[in-house]
Ligand binder design. Structure first.
Ligand code: FE
Ligand code: FE
Ligand code: FE
Length: 164
């Protein structure tokens, strides 16, 4: 049997598995980040985003369903690395006034990865004529952007001031 060249629909499915895995890792990492955050605002931001992340995973479940595939993740080395860096900064800067600045920076790296993935997936869903999937991915994309903006606001506010 000749091997069929992979198409955009396969790329969409593979990337969906990538972000599904990433979201599950993020869901596990956020409570740790909340626990380590010194600022009450930052802790709350992580807790709120944890519950949003649960909803994002549910949206991904629906997208898998829309393409007739079982929801399944595939190891995303990028998110593993970003979360690893976050753990490192939490250990290395434990007790330091710069701890929150470090956790914030790591959290923004997470959001930027997600924004990149969801932007791509939304565009591909549109190209593939998967309108409902594109809409679901768009909702999550906006949530990630809002989270990033909130983190930016916290970063330029008290957190960096304290670290200096
Ligand atoms: Fe997310
Ligand atoms: Fe990845
Ligand atoms: Fe996020």
């Amino acid at each position: 049997m000749a091997k069929q060249p992979k198409e955009l629909t396969d790329l969409f499915h593979e990337t969906l598995k990538d972000i599904y895995y990433a979201e599950k890792q993020i869901l596990r990492a956020l409570p740790r980040m909340a626990k380590n955050a010194q600022s009450e605002e930052l802790r709350q931001a992580f807790e709120q985003h944890r519950s949003e992340t649960e909803g994002q995973i549910e949206r991904l479940d629906k997208v898998f369903d829309l393409i007739g595939k079982a929801p399944r993740g595939k190891t995303c080395d990028a998110i593993v690395g970003i979360i690893e860096e976050c753990k490192e900064v939490m250990e290395d800067f434990s007790g330091s006034a710069a701890l929150d600045a470090g956790i914030l920076a790591a959290a923004q790296a997470v959001e930027h990865y997600e924004i990149s993935r969801y932007g791509t997936l939304r565009t591909w869903a549109q190209q593939l004529g998967l309108e409902e999937a594109a809409d679901l991915l768009s909702q999550t994309l906006e949530e990630e952007k809002r989270t990033d903006a909130l983190l930016s606001k916290l970063a330029t506010g008290q957190v960096n001031a304290k670290a200096a």
